[in-house]
Write a protein of this length. Structure first.
Length: 649
């Protein structure tokens, strides 16, 4: 029984024999086809593909006439500009198709040839079309064999990353073609073929123990049933085309023209989309979907409304739904996936839930919606996290991943008096080569699976982004506080808090008027490298959580009845309590100057990538949508003058 189905052009990973490269004549050999079974995935049925390496099963006209080109990464659209050479000759030996490639002598390709010779470029793949498969089923195989008994190599390409031979080409504009599938009925069928194992002929094939392999399952041919099936298939094709045309409100004459032309439903949809794009006609969705438009702006608006509705369901009360978002508040994620398929002109009622989600993920709209929604939640939770350390540090950026070097002023920082006709003196600015900071990359991936969409699992937009955002903020906070609690050295090579820096109490003591005054005095005495007064004063009193009540009481306003009871520190400092200080020492306390007045602890981002950065992609291996969250971040101690520590008691 013969059937037809739409399949993509395939790519097979070929082999370059680097030991036989002819540098003088610029040729090299490749093996570009074998009879080894290769697993392929398809919407309708997965199968093991076997390329029959027999001359009678190959269309060799292109190769015979020398028109099988060597291209740059399967680029068929740049004309001869990117053609590196061609297939010079071929031969079929021991179940393999071997070829000799002639490389171009054009001067602009010299560097490419040098990389081939040196082994830098070693990836190569072959594109081919299968016109007829022999479908073979054996009792011990769940996945059928599709033996290509009519196939045609079309071009060979140099590629930086060779395609996985287990996969077909995946792209948004994937080209498909109609393949005839012949079901193997019995050993007397017109092809008289039996399944082979890796190119071994049928009479040589044996299983372990010398037994012959199981015979193919016999499928009898019922001509009447075939005719009925063909008629049903034609009625279904006509119905699908008319439904696709009506879904986008085109004229019935368009459907008549497509039906009479004999095109497949996929080809018809492609033609319909072109007509819709040309006319900018609105798409009329079906079911419970809201009105949508094919225009880019409206599609973006619809995705934004859907995003609001998803967040509204994931976190009730967190957002106020706009008028347009009200149309989507009752839609589950699977309903949204079905909506996007309807926009494409497909009828999702024909598919199972699993198939519907797979097809919707292959569109642009659904992955963009899921990625944008996840990213929005990640940024919201990231910005909402408590980050008191940011008040104490100075923020900067770096242009790349190399270390950024600080500057220092050597000389008086005060203004000089300029006499009449006098000259201004320059402050000498030097690179402080020891003050450096750089960023590293940190990240995590959020995955939205097919199962999550079908099950309407909203954790991907609520709980999981919150956990990841907390993780990012915890990482930053830990890195910053480790500078303080770890007493990390400053550029002069001395620990941040040290007697030589004049910012460490000689003896530990609890927070009191006397010890606070000592901290203020010590900071006010700090001088610049040129021994000029800096005039620094503390702004923040930083304590472990165990001391927060004591610190806040000292800052509280108290109405005194006599002079001695006046609170000199009434709201003098902002109190910051931090649990990470408790883990290091529950009694030590600190004071910090305003980072706007002195550069002390520094934190930095990569320029243009401040905060949490998010990007999405479709993972074709498991049909999921992934959002990668990354953070380019770094910390360093640049100076000690704006910080003070008392070890406590």
């Amino acid at each position: 029984m013969n059937t037809k189905k739409q399949l993509p052009k395939q790519i097979f990973r070929a082999k370059i024999d680097t030991t036989k490269i002819d540098n003088e004549n610029k040729t090299f050999p490749v093996v570009f086809a074998t009879e080894t079974p290769v697993f392929r995935r398809h919407w309708e049925e997965n199968f093991n593909e076997i390329l029959s390496c027999k001359k009678e099963h190959m269309r060799t006209e292109r190769m015979d006439n020398g028109v099988c080109p060597l291209l740059d990464n399967h680029d068929m659209y740049s004309g001869v500009i990117r053609q590196y050479g061609k297939l010079l000759s071929y031969e079929i030996v021991d179940g393999e198709v071997r070829g000799l490639i002639q490389f171009s002598s054009r001067e602009e390709f010299k560097g490419v040839w040098d990389d081939i010779v040196s082994g830098i470029i070693s990836g190569i793949s072959v594109r081919y079309i299968v016109h007829t498969y022999q479908r073979e089923i054996t009792e011990n195989k769940e996945v059928p064999n599709y033996r290509a008994i009519d196939w045609e190599p079309t071009e060979i390409s140099l590629t930086p990353v060779p395609a996985d031979y287990n996969s077909s080409i995946r792209s948004e504009q994937q080209e498909t073609f109609e393949v005839q599938i012949r079901n193997l009925s019995n050993k007397n069928s017109e092809t008289n073929m039996k399944p082979t194992v890796e190119g071994v002929q049928p009479d040589q094939t044996r299983t372990e123990g010398g037994a012959t392999p199981a015979a193919p399952i016999v499928q009898t041919v019922n001509e009447e049933a075939i005719r009925a099936q063909a008629a049903q298939a034609e009625r279904q094709r006509s119905s699908d085309i008319r439904q696709a045309v009506r879904a986008v409100e085109l004229e019935e004459s368009v459907a008549d023209e497509l039906i009479n032309s004999g095109v497949t439903i996929d080809q018809a949809r492609a033609s319909i989309f072109e007509k819709v794009a040309a006319k900018k006609t609105s798409i009329k969705p079906q079911g419970n979907a809201a009105n949508a438009s094919a225009s880019g702006d409206e599609r973006t608006g619809i995705r934004a409304a859907m995003q609001e509705a998803i967040i509204f369901r994931a976190e009730p009360g967190s957002v106020k739904l706009s008028e347009k978002a009200q149309d989507f508040r009752g839609m589950k994620m699977f309903d949204i996936a079905r909506h996007f398929l309807q926009e494409k002109g497909e009828n999702p009622l024909r598919y199972s839930q699993n198939e519907t989600v797979k097809r919707a993920i292959s569109t642009t709209d659904l992955p963009d919606l899921l990625t944008d929604t996840t990213s929005r939640q990640l940024r919201k939770f990231f910005d909402a996290q408590n980050s008191s350390w940011e008040f104490l540090g100075t923020r900067t950026t770096v242009s790349d991943f190399r270390e950024k070097t600080g500057v220092q002023i050597d000389g008086a920082v005060t203004f000089d008096k300029i006499a009449e006709s006098g000259e201004y003196k320059s402050a000498k600015i030097l690179q402080n080569t020891k003050a450096k900071i750089s960023v590293d990359t940190y990240g995590k991936i959020v995955k939205i699976t097919r199962q999550a969409i079908i099950n309407d699992d909203l954790d991907a937009f609520a709980r999981i982004p919150k956990i990841i955002a907390q993780g990012a903020r915890n990482l930053q906070a830990s890195m910053f506080w480790n500078l303080i609690t770890g007493n990390v050295a400053t550029p002069d090579g001395t620990a941040l808090f040290h007697a030589d820096h004049g910012n460490l109490a000689g003896a530990g003591a609890t927070i009191s008027e006397a010890t606070l005054n000592a901290a203020i005095v010590a900071m006010m005495k700090q001088q610049s490298p040129a021994k000029e007064e800096l005039g620094l004063t503390p702004k923040y009193l930083v304590v472990p959580v165990e001391l927060q009540t004591t610190a806040k009481k000292l800052m509280a306003s108290i109405t005194a009845t006599k002079t001695g009871d006046v609170n000199p520190f009434n709201n003098a400092f902002e109190v910051i309590s931090e649990v990470r200080l408790s883990r290091n020492s529950p009694i030590a306390w600190y004071m910090f100057a305003d980072p706007a007045t002195v550069e002390g602890a520094m934190y930095c981002y990569l320029d243009g990538e401040e905060g949490l950065r998010n990007e999405g992609r479709v993972n074709f291996d498991d049909d999921s949508v992934e959002t990668k969250s990354s953070l380019e971040f770094g910390v360093a101690n640049w100076d000690y003058r704006g910080a003070y520590k008392n070890p406590g008691a």
